[in-house]
Design a protein around this ligand. Structure first.
Ligand code: F6R
Length: 359
């Protein structure tokens, strides 16, 4: 049941310190990444990676694919529903990773099957043991987030992103010439603190007040660059999905190529960043501010954006790879509280289903 919470979504947001601890458990050992089912050598022969996914899982895949690319391995992330028209050639040197919470999403299964037919090696990253994706792929990795009841994916996104980040390092260990992150030790050490950092966000957030202050707006924009971009897209998807308000996510640098025409005092802009050197997000947020948009900085406190912003949803200092996930928890809470104030049916938004088994 929902226990002390009004909605499953809030319960699941608050479950994240526990679900993330489960995701991480046993997967970092002696300063290295370990996946029981995929020991060193498992990815021998792999030269490139493609991720296929839908919706929130696509945003987690964006997160993971950036880390694979940073390790010097070619990686693409493709919308599962557009797989046929967006994939390049695949063969046995390609690893196609289907990211799917339910393991039953028709578009994702379809992409997975097409990739397998064409000779790619396949891997399912899923929450559901024994799901179709897990059974059909060559290998399966479980995100171990526990059951998620709310239609809006929250804790499963966080567990997907962490699993994919770890997987990126595991794959990099097997691909010749790949360069696992040079600050990998620091990254893995900071991961151990992630559950506690999520707890800090849950305890200190003022997302509820901010939702109240900004709710009477025309549209809600979310921008970011790099890992921050995937979080911005996810923030906008969650917001529109449960509030029914117009929300869009953009790459920070794309704002001036069109969307800026929509920016007014009636369009709050949430600027997501993961590290202090994210100049692009800052300059584009300033551009929006000069058009009158209220700016909300979403990220660590030690960043020049905080000084120009009208409000700040802060996250604890950590490795940039995990900061985006903490920023996302703030945005989950923002969406939840906005939807609650609007009296939306939060756990079952209109027209949506938890598992989309039609194409
Ligand atoms: C959004 C949401 C959907 C799913 C998408 C893929 O909150 O839940 O966008 O992420 O339908 O579902 P799975 O991960 O089960 O393949």
């Amino acid at each position: 049941g929902k226990g002390e919470y009004d909605h499953y979504m809030l319960k699941e947001i608050h479950n994240q310190p526990t679900s993330l601890a489960n995701t991480i458990e046993g997967r970092v050992e002696d300063g290295d990444v370990a996946f029981e089912a995929l020991p060193p050598g498992s990815f021998d022969g792999i030269e490139s990676v493609q991720f296929v996914a839908c919706g929130t899982s696509y945003h987690a895949a964006m997160y993971g694919s950036q880390l694979v690319r940073e390790a010097g391995i070619r990686a693409d992330v493709l919308r599962a529903s557009e797989y046929e028209s967006t994939t390049g050639p695949v063969d046995e040197t390609t690893l196609t990773i289907a990211v799917t919470q339910s393991g039953e999403t028709a578009d994702t299964l379809d992409a997975l099957r097409t990739a397998a037919d064409r000779g790619a090696r396949t891997l399912a990253v899923t929450n559901v043991v024994g799901s179709t994706a897990a059974r059909e792929a060559d290998d399966a990795v479980y995100i171990r987030a526990g059951p998620e009841v709310g239609v809006a994916a929250t804790k499963t996104y966080s567990s997907q992103a962490v699993t994919l980040a770890l997987l990126s390092q595991r794959i990099a260990g097997d691909v010749p010439d790949a360069t696992p992150a040079d600050d990998r030790a620091a990254m893995l050490e900071a991961l151990a603190d992630l559950p506690e950092h999520v707890e800090t966000v849950l305890e200190s957030t003022h997302a509820e007040t901010l939702a109240q202050d900004t709710l009477d707006s025309e549209s809600f924009f979310f921008i970011g660059s790099g890992l921050g971009r995937s979080v911005a897209l996810e923030g906008a998807l969650k917001f529109k999905e449960i509030t029914y308000e117009h929300a869009e996510g953009f790459a920070a640098g794309e704002l001036k190529h069109g969307p800026l025409a929509l920016v007014t005092e009636e369009t709050p802009l949430f600027a997501v960043y993961t590290s202090g050197d994210d100049e692009k997000t800052k300059t584009n947020a300033i551009e929006a501010k000069s058009r009158g948009a209220p700016i909300v900085a979403v990220g660590p406190t030690d960043h020049p954006l905080v000084d120009v912003a009208d409000a700040h949803l802060s996250v604890p200092e950590t490795h940039p790879v995990w900061a985006g996930l903490l920023a996302n928890v703030q945005l989950q809470l923002l969406s939840y509280h906005a939807a609650k104030q609007l009296e939306r049916p939060i756990d079952k938004p209109r027209n949506l289903a938890k598992s989309v088994t039609v194409e």
